[in-house]
Design a protein around this ligand. Structure first.
Ligand code: G6P
Length: 366
């Protein structure tokens, strides 16, 4: 209803703009890093595991892919991330010492729930869920849980659930790092400080909405788009492409930018917009040469840079700059302009933003 939507036109837009609040709520009460944030007995579980298996679907799967980069580099623990519907029917090799992590907004997705039960049936008893609904089946079926506080998400295309999942997964990374003796008090304090600043940092990214909306006009006329990212931001490129196809019906594909030369470069012409997630991280120079490969074929680049990345607008290179470079937490900020780009492109195309055709908010049957 109009009352619930307040100043917003759609739930998706409202939910995008709720992200500073959603992250603040998800981190509320976190005064320090400790395994018990994930439930009683978490310390013992975290001590005993030698790897992590993440199972999820859709947008939640992409938060899992992002977490793999964090968990391996910060907590030094090997991680597998698998699509729940694949895992549940595959003859895999169970590791009873693995921590099985399911990620779900609803906690009711049939494939993810079945994957969790399948893992348990295979002898994997250490289970943890990151979930937005405290009373859901996934929380009931898991030994440990972290409840994200995104609040009710109405838009079928997930937004605030994703960024709160990322916040929870970063906490999980820090808690596992601490258990493994890899987190000093100074590092803990620094990470917590960066996390607490996220709501303010998100506000300044949301303020970019008018410039992103200006790009949407060009996208609305296209039938294809390519998204590129590297490292931590490869899953963000995947999520950006998913958002675009879900609500605008534009065919969008995401690639790890290093893979460009192994196929997608063949698709690049003047007609192909190439969205590039380009924070100033260790891979920025590599990414810039990928961008040159695109420009050399006439592709139009739409670049989400940040304060640190020295990428200037030029012929065929459109740049929007996020105000801060945010280090390891940068994916939480960089996904937001991609959500807004999909949203404004959908508006320009006149599609049903909150209820895209053929899709459901929660897929509780197979
Ligand atoms: C559906 C929704 C997606 C969501 C996915 C997983 O496909 O449309 O937005 O990411 O289910 O849902 P879950 O509730 O398990 O996160």
């Amino acid at each position: 209803s109009a009352v619930e939507l307040g100043p917003y036109q759609h739930y998706m837009q409202k939910e995008i703009f709720e992200q500073p609040r959603a992250i603040a709520d998800t981190l509320e009460g976190v005064s320090g890093i400790m395994p018990e944030l994930f439930g009683d007995g978490a310390h013992k579980v975290f001590k005993g595991v030698d790897s992590v298996l993440i199972l999820a679907c859709g947008t939640s799967y992409y938060s899992g892919l992002t977490a793999k980069y964090w968990l391996e580099s910060i907590a030094r623990i090997p991680v597998n991330v698998e699509i729940a519907s694949e895992y549940r029917y595959r003859d895999s090799v169970p590791n009873p010492n693995s921590l099985v992590v399911t990620i779900s907004q609803s906690g009711e997705t049939a494939d993810t729930l079945a994957a969790l039960k399948h893992a348990r049936a295979q002898g994997m008893q250490h289970t943890l869920t990151i979930c937005n609904v405290a009373t859901s089946a996934m929380v009931r079926e898991s030994q440990l849980a972290y409840i994200t506080r995104a609040g009710v998400e109405v838009g079928v295309a997930s937004t605030k659930a994703f960024t709160t999942q990322l916040a929870a997964l970063f906490l999980l990374t820090l808690a596992l790092a601490q258990t493994r003796g890899l987190l000093s008090d100074e590092q803990e304090a620094e990470h917590l400080k960066a996390m607490r600043h996220l709501p303010a940092a998100l506000q300044s990214v949301l303020a970019l909405e008018p410039s992103i909306a200006a790009w949407a006009e060009a996208f609305a006329r296209k039938e294809n788009a390519l998204f590129l990212g590297r490292g931590l931001h490869y899953p963000i490129a995947l999520e950006g492409a998913l958002k675009l196809k879900e609500i605008t019906y534009i065919h969008a594909e995401a690639y790890a930018a290093g893979e460009l030369k192994h196929g997608p470069l063949a698709l690049v012409t003047e007609e192909m917009p190439v969205v590039t997630v380009a924070p100033n991280d260790a891979l920025i120079e590599k990414l810039k040469s990928n961008m040159q490969e695109v420009r050399a074929r006439g592709g139009q680049l739409y670049v989400f840079a940040d304060a640190g990345s020295s990428i200037a607008s030029s012929e065929g290179v459109h740049v929007i700059r996020l105000p801060e470079h945010y280090g390891l937490l940068s994916p939480i900020l960089h996904v937001v302009p991609l959500q807004l780009l999909a949203y404004h492109t959908a508006l320009a195309r006149g599609t049903d933003v909150d209820k895209p055709r053929n899709l459901a908010k929660s897929v509780t049957v197979e």
